[in-house]
Design a protein around this ligand. Structure first.
Ligand code: AP5
Length: 214
């Protein structure tokens, strides 16, 4: 099963992708996580990506496409995967389609987690992230057991640099201009499924599994 998660920044793609990954035993591939990992480790890719991410802009396609195509060509992706945050532009989607065609395969499900901009702004202000293991929390909707401490690895939680209010608006503008057109792209391919992302996390997951099956 090859799945793409679409939706605005903060719509809950990552939250649901982790649950899908656990239920169906598929690798969860988040380009945002890959870039953040590279930033943390001070790699060349990380240095380049950071200058875009901190401004709420997309990392250029040429730094992104090969990285994802390389990742999905690995053995653990043979039975499928969940792409979270990729593709994000029409050129990325076309590059993915082309690469998959060469492998003799295609995307099975594009799931759009739909949340209005007003809700996104409040979700982002409450998100807390673990700089150690990447786990995500929300101070109201998914709090850690101990305030501000990661349940998984015990590190102190932070507000992501790009979750500051001024950057969130920029990310939403970029989403509407560059990523939303992918909904029509995957509709035309007959694999587009829209989910109401304003529901509770468990309900959103139920709606997704109703589409993916048992
Ligand atoms: P990335 O990390 O992919 O960020 P994003 O798409 O902006 O998505 P987020 O991680 O912010 O949110 P999410 O939808 O996963 O929501 P989450 O589950 O955390 O990318 C970051 C940056 O990297 C980009 O801006 C760009 O610069 C770069 N980048 C990445 N991929 C790229 C690409 N392909 N091309 C170019 N550049 C790229 O949930 C959000 C919060 O809400 C959490 O606190 C969560 O607990 C809470 N929550 C989730 N679901 C619910 C619910 N149902 N009800 C209440 N709260 C909820």
């Amino acid at each position: 099963m090859k799945i793409i998660m679409l939706g605005a920044p903060g719509a809950g793609k990552g939250t649901q992708a982790i649950r899908i990954s656990e239920k169906y035993g598929l690798p969860h591939i988040s380009t945002g996580d890959i870039f953040r990992h590279n930033i943390k480790n001070g790699t060349e890719l990380g240095k380049k990506a950071r200058s875009y991410m901190d401004q709420g802009l997309l990392v250029p396609d040429e730094l992104t496409c090969d990285l994802v195509v390389d990742r999905i060509s690995r053995e653990d992706c043979a039975d499928g995967y969940i792409l979270d945050g990729f593709p994000r532009t029409i050129p990325q989607a076309k590059a993915l389609t082309e690469a998959l065609e060469k492998m003799g395969t295609q995307i099975d499900y594009a799931i759009d987690v739909d949340v209005p901009d007003e809700d996104i702004v409040s979700r982002m202000s409450g998100r807390r992230a673990c700089p150690g293991c990447g786990a995500t929390y929300h101070i109201q909707f998914a709090p850690p057991v101990k305030e501000n401490v990661c349940d998984v690895c015990g590190e102190a939680l932070i507000v992501r640099e790009d979750d500051k209010p001024e950057t969130v608006q920029k990310r939403l503008d970029v989403y509407h201009a560059q990523t939303q057109p992918l909904i029509d792209y995957y509709k035309e391919k007959g694999v587009m499924f829209a989910i109401d992302g304003t529901k509770k996390m468990d309900e959103v997951f139920e709606d997704i599994t109703a589409i993916l099956g048992d």
